[in-house]
Design a binder for this molecule. Structure first.
Ligand code: F6P
Length: 551
């Protein structure tokens, strides 16, 4: 399917011209001029309410952005993805994460590509394993029940399961207890193993490739730890290791029998794999019924993305807001701010999802792009962020579009806390949008009894320009369904953006060079040679060697 160059499309050019008229407008005035703005620029789907009225848009902006989506063939690409076509061109693969959450018994619509029997079989195994662990029926080599599970994986094999386990099951309090190890820094593994017992610990090695250096090093050290604690080799791996991988042979070479391997497939990208067996920690922490609910929520959003017209389609609207700021306002970053402590892992999860997928400067056809693609994605739990980086959002020199995720009711049952959090989330979005102009600030300072000299000197410091755009996603409370819908929402948002930019969202060649160089430096560390490195790297390597010998 050929797609014209994005920035040569008529809609792109029309947006460029339109931007000049919209850029000077202030959101305050847009609200004052249109009492219906909130109703016009909000929509609801899958239990999520999206208010996008605090964006620097007009009705005409939305019309032009919808034209851009149409001219970029967003709907055709979406349909190709859902049909199992080879949308990942550079790796010659489909991207069928939507199949992972199809309800049981619904055959995949693409003829000759029915992946559902395998998907359903994997779900049944997840249920058996998680229930056996939760009931204390999975026994270690000495006959004692497993009480601790250590999940070893990195990137897409780590961020999703950790984020969702934090959101849905209190990992520390779950039975068995759940621990995550991703970094090759031994402090991560030794910290996780501290206080655990070999006889009662199960390791999950999640790695699509089963060759990722960090994961392999951690898995090998975990196996040694187990053997040092008295397990006999054959039983150690058979009773204490599970693998989640597409590389059954490599898991076998490690010693994990096929019976302990849960599948992954080449049509699931690592960062899109949370709804596969990679989500096993969620089922262990919160139960398989909860995981099934998460799948149901994601499927609901998949159906919405497939069916809703462009401007009533939540992933499409969010994606278009992203394009608007990135390509026409030159916003270099965007912030994700959950006012829901359960979602504190979401910013890191979205960083990989978006930056690994769309952090590219060549299009699908290998041609260099002469416009910006993925912005830097960052963020943190909202009220924690308020007391650190929000200063820059309110008074810095950058335009930073924000996503506020706000839960109307928390899980704690402490109503005062829920209200305080909700009030903070809504207040920050309002403050960023409205700001406080010089007259209002003067009145505010006068009300504090300041003399004129003090007032004049403080005035510029206490004035807020406002006009910082944001989306607010509001929901009742973070149920497994809502989380599933949010995950699929952001996956599809990213996909729509990648289509508008003309990049392949499903490969990640940019991670390879660093891995190759790390292997070469590791060799140099081992054999004492200097290797073929630049002056800086060679100098650092030599100094690190000296420092190591001093320790
Ligand atoms: O190096 C990047 C990456 O390949 C990610 O795309 C992936 O999520 C992560 O490493 C882990 O890969 P694997 O699941 O194969 O260990």
């Amino acid at each position: 399917m050929t797609t014209p160059e994005p920035n040569l499309l008529p809609a792109w050019q029309a947006l460029q011209a339109h931007h000049a008229g919209v850029a000077p407008l202030h959101l305050r005035d847009l609200f004052a001029d249109d009492q219906q703005r909130f109703n016009r620029f909000s929509l609801e789907a899958c239990g999520l309410f999206l208010d996008y009225s605090k964006n620097r848009i007009t009705g005409e902006t939305m019309g032009l952005l919808a034209d851009l989506a149409r001219q970029s063939q967003v709907e055709a690409w979406r349909d190709r993805m859902y049909a199992g076509d080879m949308v990942n061109g550079s790796e010659r693969r489909a991207a069928l994460h939507v199949a992972l959450r199809r309800p049981a018994g619904s055959p995949f619509p693409a003829p000759g590509l029915d992946v559902m029997p395998e998907v359903e079989a994997a779900r049944r195994r997840m249920r058996d394993i998680s229930e056996s662990l939760r009931r204390g029926e999975w026994l270690g080599h000495s006959g004692k029940a497993i009480t601790s599970v250590v999940h070893i994986g990195i990137g897409g094999s780590h961020l999703g399961p950790e984020m969702a386990s934090l959101a849905l099951g209190s990992a520390a309090a779950s039975v068995p207890s759940l621990h995550f190890v991703s970094s090759v820094d031994a402090a991560n593994l030794t910290g996780a193993l501290d206080g655990l017992h070999g006889e009662t610990t199960l390791f999950i090695v999640a790695s699509k490739s089963f060759s990722t250096a960090e994961t392999m090093a951690n898995a090998a050290s975990a196996r040694s730890w187990l053997l040092e604690r008295g397990a006999v080799p054959a039983e150690a791996v058979a009773r204490h290791f599970l693998a989640i991988t597409a590389n059954v042979a490599a898991a076998g070479d490690f010693g994990i029998p096929e019976a302990n391997v849960l599948p992954l497939w080449d049509w699931v990208g690592g960062r899109f794999s949370l709804c596969s067996a990679v989500g096993l920690p969620v089922a262990i922490a919160a139960g398989m019924d909860v995981f099934d609910e998460l799948l149901a929520g994601a499927h609901e959003m998949d159906a919405h993305f497939l069916d809703a017209p462009l401007l009533e389609n939540m992933p499409v609207v969010l994606a278009l807001m992203g394009i608007w700021y990135r390509n026409f306002f030159a916003a270099a970053s965007r912030a994700v701010l959950p006012y829901d402590y359960a979602l504190r892992g979401l910013p890191a999860y979205l960083q990989q999802l978006e930056m690994e997928s769309a952090g590219k400067h060549v299009g699908r056809d290998g041609e260099a792009l002469d416009f910006a693609t993925c912005p830097v994605v960052w963020g943190a739990s909202g009220d924690d962020g308020q007391h650190s980086f929000f200063q820059l959002l309110h008074q810095g020199s950058e335009l930073v579009p924000c996503d506020f995720l706000v839960s109307a009711r928390g899980a704690s049952g402490l109503a005062q806390h829920d209200d305080a959090l909700l009030a903070n989330g809504l207040a920050q979005a309002e403050a960023l949008m409205k700001g406080r102009d010089a007259d209002e600030t003067r009145a505010h300072l006068e009300s504090k009894g300041l003399d004129q000299a003090a007032l004049q000197s403080l005035l510029p410091h206490c004035t807020f320009a406002g006009n910082q755009p944001s989306n607010t996603l509001l929901y009742d409370c973070l149920t497994p369904r809502r989380l599933g819908a949010l995950i699929a929402l952001y996956e599809h948002r990213l996909f729509v953006q990648s289509v508008c930019w003309g990049v392949n969202a499903f490969d990640q060649w940019g991670v390879e060079l660093g891995k190759e160089l790390a292997r070469s430096i590791l060799r140099s560390l081992g054999d004492g040679t200097s290797g073929n490195h630049d002056g800086s790297t060679a100098g650092l390597l030599a100094r690190a060697r000296r420092l190591k010998s001093n320790c």
